[in-house]
Write a protein that binds this ligand. Structure first.
Ligand SMILES: CC(C)(COP(=O)(O)OP(=O)(O)OC[C@H]1O[C@@H](n2cnc3c(N)ncnc32)[C@H](O)[C@@H]1OP(=O)(O)O)[C@@H](O)C(=O)NCCC(=O)NCCS
Length: 184
């Protein structure tokens, strides 16, 4: 089996998961400057257009070619509405982790949960993963709801396992395993 995800475009109900492009710099910059995004993700602060360019042109392609993961834009009618990725992939254990943010202009429609369901199900049914994890700060209720709505099961809390700008946080750990796919 390849130790790299297919560079696939995935279709969801009313959205697509597709590769980021040069045209996304402005939207990524704006979404990553957002207060809620900055609260829960340890992104560069202030977040500049150069940071967005580096993410799109270097970090995302490197994640794919190294086998570490896959970065997709969450797209509705051609507009970037968020970013979701597979990361920290262990090809021996066949485990990977999902991370996401949804742009302020697209929140409130459950997009993170819907995109996580599509990406995790594909990672297991098509790409050989046996386990997908989502970890979010225990205070990040919207993210926990997203994980639950994507069919992930709460496993417990990893103490002091995360870092945000305000300091260390406990992480709620969620997982979906291959046998869960048959439950839905
Ligand atoms: C987490 C995030 C991706 C969710 O975006 P989304 O998919 O648009 O989520 P929604 O706004 O539709 O909210 C999902 C659920 O959480 C609930 N929710 C939203 N904000 C909430 C809050 N502050 N407290 C409690 N519940 C909240 C919503 O009511 C909704 O509940 P429902 O499923 O019962 O209807 C988005 O808030 C975000 O980008 N946050 C910043 C980055 C981030 O936290 N990334 C994840 C790091 S682990």
């Amino acid at each position: 089996m390849d130790s790299r995800f297919d560079d696939a475009v995935l279709a969801g109900d009313g959205f697509r998961l597709s590769p980021l492009g040069e045209g996304d710099v402005e939207d990524v910059t704006s979404a990553c400057r957002d207060e809620t995004t900055q609260r829960w993700l340890p992104l560069p602060k202030p977040y500049t257009a150069d940071a967005a360019r580096g993410f799109i042109q270097e970090m995302a392609p490197e994640m794919h070619t190294s086998g570490a993961g896959l970065v997709r834009r969450i797209e509705i009618a051609g507009r970037l509405c968020g970013v979701i990725d597979l990361k920290n992939t262990d090809w021996l254990v066949r485990q990977t982790e999902i991370g996401y943010w949804v742009a302020p202009w697209a929140r409130g429609r459950g997009l993170a949960g819907k995109a996580s369901r599509v990406l995790s199900d594909w990672a297991m049914s098509d790409q050989g993963m046996a386990r997908v994890v989502i970890q979010c700060a225990t205070g990040n209720k919207a993210s926990q709801k997203a994980a639950e709505s994507a069919g992930f099961i709460h496993e417990g809390v990893a103490r002091s396992a995360g870092l945000v700008h305000s300091g260390r946080v406990d992480l709620a750990v969620y997982s979906k395993i291959a046998s869960d796919l048959h439950l839905a």
